[in-house]
Design a binder for this molecule. Structure first.
Ligand code: PLP
Length: 457
């Protein structure tokens, strides 16, 4: 039986070998579900298998059954990789095995959250006094922010929603755009607002909420109101005009939530910060760290301008829970109680990149997205459907049967394996959608990707 150090080193060796070869492998998974099941679905052992056998089996299956999302030519969804310091820090989190619910359970995570929250607010251009919660992803961040909004606007209307629920509560208007991310609607569903009972505001051709249309909508609404805007459309990368929207919402006394899953981090870039002008005028902001900060899954962050409402919306105490009078109790800002030290890898990523390194990462991804669009635009069989303002590129085949041929292009590209990107539908048109979000992607990777796309076309 291996000693604990031997076993941990064995797992580390597997992990290093995996990462060392990731840039050269077929980007999509190389085994089917059935093949993986044949490797892994052993009868439940009575006595337990040897530790090294189990770790080796997982490593072998993982080499085939993972998608190389950590690699430089994965452009699906908006994923991002993990910078080495963040992966290493995440290993420490597992070794420490801390329950980061309250300070007494883990002073280290409480303090790391505190410090990291300060850095993130600085990078995002948010006021230092805002509250911060470290959650699993932007879905959870949207949920937490909108729960805080629900508390705040109903409290102002004299209603305690945490005590009484929504039965008999004053009506809350929720205003979204035609292009709000589906996780906003999922959060509204979970919060009892209903996913369909929202007022939708029209967007422009890039998917940006129209501030003039929002103003008209708000004129027709009275009473508690929550407006959901977006920094970074998941297809086009476009930004709602946050400053103009903030002017409209504050005149109406509405809560302004901004979903900035990846787009928020434009704030850290010297060349893209203008895209989030006015972000500090919002009431809440949701984002991800596992996307563009390049830390391991899962990692999202929520910020609010109203710490007391944030706490009240999230916290129900119990007699045996020891809360700290002067230190941060992380559970006060998130829906979970027991939880992992998610801020630790973010701390490592930000501290090792620094302000300049992180800004350069954002800039580089945007420049590479532009380079890809420029290369593909030069081929008259293809068109780029979006203004490439950030890191997202939408590509479509021109001419007859464009939808069918674009879908074929997506399928063949995934089979070809140089890179991985997925399909989408933009304004009724099929498109290949690429998101450049990984710290390790280079211009050479983009050129290889452009060559692969042109080859399958
Ligand atoms: C704009 C936007 N909001 C929310 C999300 C959901 O994020 P997560 O999957 O991390 O929960 C995404 C994911 O791509 C997104 O792009």
């Amino acid at each position: 039986m291996p000693t604990r150090p031997d076993l941990l080193k064995r797992a580390a060796d597997h992990a290093v070998a995996y990462l060392d070869t990731i840039a050269d492998r077929h980007v999509g998974a190389m085994a089917t579900g059935d093949e993986l099941r044949r490797q892994l679905a052993v009868p439940l052992p009575d006595a337990g298998d040897a530790e090294e056998v189990v770790i080796d089996a997982l490593a072998m299956a993982g080499a085939l059954g993972t998608v190389a999302t950590q690699g430089p030519r994965y452009f699906g969804f908006v994923v991002g990789g993990s910078v080495p310091a963040a992966t290493a820090a995440d290993w420490l989190v597992s070794a420490w095995d801390q329950n980061a619910g309250v300070y007494v359970l883990s002073p280290i995570v409480s303090v790391v959250e505190d410090v990291t929250a300060g850095w993130l607010k600085e990078l995002a251009g948010l006021p230092a006094g805002w509250s911060t919660g470290f959650v699993t992803g932007c879905q959870a961040a949207n949920f937490t922010a909108l729960a805080t909004a629900r508390h705040h606007v109903l409290n102002q209307a004299g209603w305690d929603v945490e005590a009484n629920g929504l039965y008999g509560a004053p009506w809350v208007h929720v205003v979204c755009s035609d292009e709000s991310h589906y996780t906003i609607f999922n959060a509204l569903k979970l919060l009892g607002f209903g996913a369909d009972r929202v007022t939708r505001v029209a967007t422009d051709e890039q998917g940006r909420m129209r501030a003039d249309a929002l103003a008209t909508t708000l004129e027709s609404l009275t009473g508690p109101t929550i407006v959901c805007a977006q920094a970074g459309n998941v297809n086009t990368g476009a930004f709602d005009p946050i400053d103009d929207i903030a002017t409209v919402t504050s005149a109406h006394g509405a809560w302004l939530h901004v979903d900035g899953a990846f787009g928020l981090w434009a704030a850290a870039s010297p060349t893209r910060a203008h895209l989030v002008n006015g972000i500090a005028r919002a009431d809440s902001v949701a984002t991800d760290a596992h996307k563009w900060i390049n830390v391991p899954y899962d990692s999202g962050v929520v910020f609010t301008a109203h710490p007391a409402s944030h706490r009240r919306a999230m916290t129900l105490s119990a007699a045996y829970i020891i809360e700290s009078a002067r230190e941060r109790d992380p559970h006060e800002f998130v829906p979970e109680e027991s939880r992992r030290g998610r801020a630790v890898p973010i701390y490592a990523a930000i501290r090792t990149m620094g302000r300049e390194g992180f800004g350069a990462l954002i800039d580089r991804c945007c420049t590479l997205a532009t380079h890809l669009a420029t290369r593909l635009r030069a081929d008259d069989r293809l068109e780029i459907l979006n203004e490439v303002v950030l890191n997202q590129v939408l590509i479509r085949v021109r001419g007859a049967e464009a939808d069918a041929r674009t879908k074929q292009m997506v399928e063949r590209l995934q089979q070809e394996g140089t890179c991985w990107a997925s399909g989408t539908t933009w304004h009724g048109m099929s498109a290949l959608r690429l998101s450049v979000s990984n710290y390790s992607t280079t211009e050479k990777d983009i050129d290889r990707t452009a060559d692969a796309i042109l080859k399958v076309v």
